[in-house]
Design a protein around this ligand. Structure first.
Ligand code: TXA
Ligand code: MG
Length: 316
């Protein structure tokens, strides 16, 4: 096994994907700081929308470099990391983590797996690894390398599968929002509410917190300008974002001049932020084809267009 780690590191450096075992389930990993790699994760899974992903790191010190520590997060980390626990923390200003990995949120999910092989791989990567469960969207999570091969073996984005044996827990990590005084369990798992309470950390009900549960998107990055979709003929004053070959002199940005949908996904959040900074007007966006990742891009954009404050106030 060890002789495949250097190949895996090369693949990660090139922005390709590596599936790897953890004690919970197998993850489909890519460099969390590389927009293209993260876009490839969504493409390989065939997800119809951009859910925020968990960034995996090898040790606690590294975790608190990418997520802002709170006394609660530090306490939970001491108790349950490495292990089947994911902590939601504030994403620091200027974070190198891709906006696509955090789905435009101002928070980040971090996990340190217990499985030693997984941590050896993560340490060697020297970059956080964004990884959802390594199954196609809507299917059960894989607990064996052979499951991953069945699910994603055909995916051209997947460079290799690191076989770390059976995922012994077989259940995804407990997701805990650690930004407040007390934990809020966003996804239950083997770090149960009872276990938390036995350490004096009684979980608060989710709805007392104004925000995010898994798959929901409370505080997404919010463009302040109105957004109009499927615009082929922008007018003066519009801040136009094109896609593919584009002859319009009005365009300020192009998500992918060569019409590559993965590249467009990789550029989406950054481009919206830049467009929002330009004075005046509304943001107009060229039609994005409804194929592959195009579904997820259109899903995200139409929520932005239909909500009062851009990406804010979005929920599914
Ligand atoms: O055990 C696991 O957690 C596995 C292994 C591979 O680590 N990973 C996994 O990832 O289950 P995924 O993408 O299938 O689930 C990630 C969960 C989702 O429920 C997502 O909504 C939540 O984490 N999540 C990620 N970032 C979040 C954020 N900033 N705020 C709230 N929830 C977040
Ligand atoms: Mg999953």
């Amino acid at each position: 096994m060890t002789d495949t780690i250097p190949q895996a590191i090369d693949a990660i450096k090139q922005g390709r994907l590596v599936a790897f075992g953890t004690e919970t389930v197998y993850g489909l990993g890519g460099d969390a700081c590389n927009d293209q790699a993260v876009a490839r994760i969504f493409a390989a899974k065939g997800r119809p929308s951009f859910n925020p992903l968990i960034s995996h790191v090898a040790d606690i010190q590294t975790a608190f470099r990418y997520g802002t520590a709170t006394p609660l997060a530090e306490k939970l980390a001491q108790l349950f990391w490495p292990g089947p626990m994911t902590l939601i923390m504030a994403k620091p200003e200027g974070s190198p983590i891709s906006d696509l990995a955090t789905a435009g949120l101002d928070s980040i999910a971090l996990r340190i797996p217990a499985l030693i092989e997984a941590r050896t791989f993560l340490a060697a990567c020297a970059t956080p690894i964004a990884a959802p469960s390594a199954n196609r969207s809507g299917r059960v999570s894989p607990t064996l390398a052979t499951h991953v091969a069945e699910e994603l073996g055909e995916a051209e984005e997947l460079a290799m599968i690191l076989d770390f044996g059976p995922a012994t827990e077989g259940l995804e990590s407990t997701v805990i929002d650690a930004r407040g005084q007390m934990p809020v369990v966003l996804r239950s798992g083997s770090i149960t509410s009872e276990k938390l309470a036995s350490h004096g950390l009684t979980p608060q009900p989710q709805d007392q917190q104004a925000i995010i549960s898994p798959g929901q998107t409370g505080s997404h990055y919010a463009p302040t300008k109105p957004i109009k979709l499927n615009i082929t003929a922008p007018t003066a004053g519009d801040i136009h974002i094109a896609f593919g070959r584009d002859a319009s002199p009005m365009s300020r940005f192009n998500l992918s001049p060569k019409g590559d949908i993965i590249e467009a996904a990789a550029n989406l959040y950054r481009t919206l932020r830049l467009a929002d900074k330009i004075a005046g007007g509304q943001i107009t966006i060229a039609p994005i084809p409804l194929e592959g990742l195009g579904h997820a891009i259109n899903d995200r954009l139409s929520r932005a267009a239909n909500s009062e404050r851009g990406f804010n106030a979005i929920s599914k």
